[in-house]
Design a protein around this ligand. Structure first.
Ligand code: 5GP
Length: 127
């Protein structure tokens, strides 16, 4: 089933399993609000995912329903993780896929952090 980003939260999604410790991950950072870990199929020299610990399907769901403390904690952590990974000096890219046109695979909100080298054009879709 394609992810729309609008469906009810499915607690059997792979990131929910990672949060419950049912699937291992290579953690780079964790606090009360977020978990950050290396992507299993990296698409850049550094490719880390940051996810909220709360149950949110998509960026829209997170923005609409998460308490302000979780939203603030999440974005603060994204910046901290990028700094911890040593990406600030040379720069990095943040990306959140939402729904079908974006090809969202996992229905638990997450931000990709890409870095470690030049990342090429922002997007490759045809105009
Ligand atoms: P999306 O397309 O939903 O924005 O990205 C989902 C990402 O999750 C993909 O980059 C994919 O490689 C990653 N991913 C899927 N399953 C796992 C897993 O079990 N462990 C980790 N670390 N990453 C995963």
């Amino acid at each position: 089933m394609p992810v729309t980003g609008l469906e009810p939260y499915d607690d059997q999604n792979v990131f929910a399993k990672i949060l419950r410790g049912e699937i291992p991950n290579k953690t780079v950072y964790e606090d009360e609000h977020v978990l950050a870990f290396h992507d299993i199929a990296p698409q850049a020299p550094v490719h880390v995912l940051v996810i909220p610990k709360g149950a949110y399907v998509s960026a829209r769901d997170f923005a609409a329903r998460a308490p302000h403390a979780e939203i603030g904690g999440f974005w603060r952590a994204v910046g901290q993780v990028a700094a911890m990974l040593g990406l600030e000096a040379d720069g990095y890219r943040l990306l959140a896929n939402h729904g079908m046109n974006a090809g969202q695979e996992v229905p638990h909100f997450h931000v990709h952090i890409f870095g470690g080298g030049p990342l090429g054009p922002m997007i490759s879709a045809k105009r």
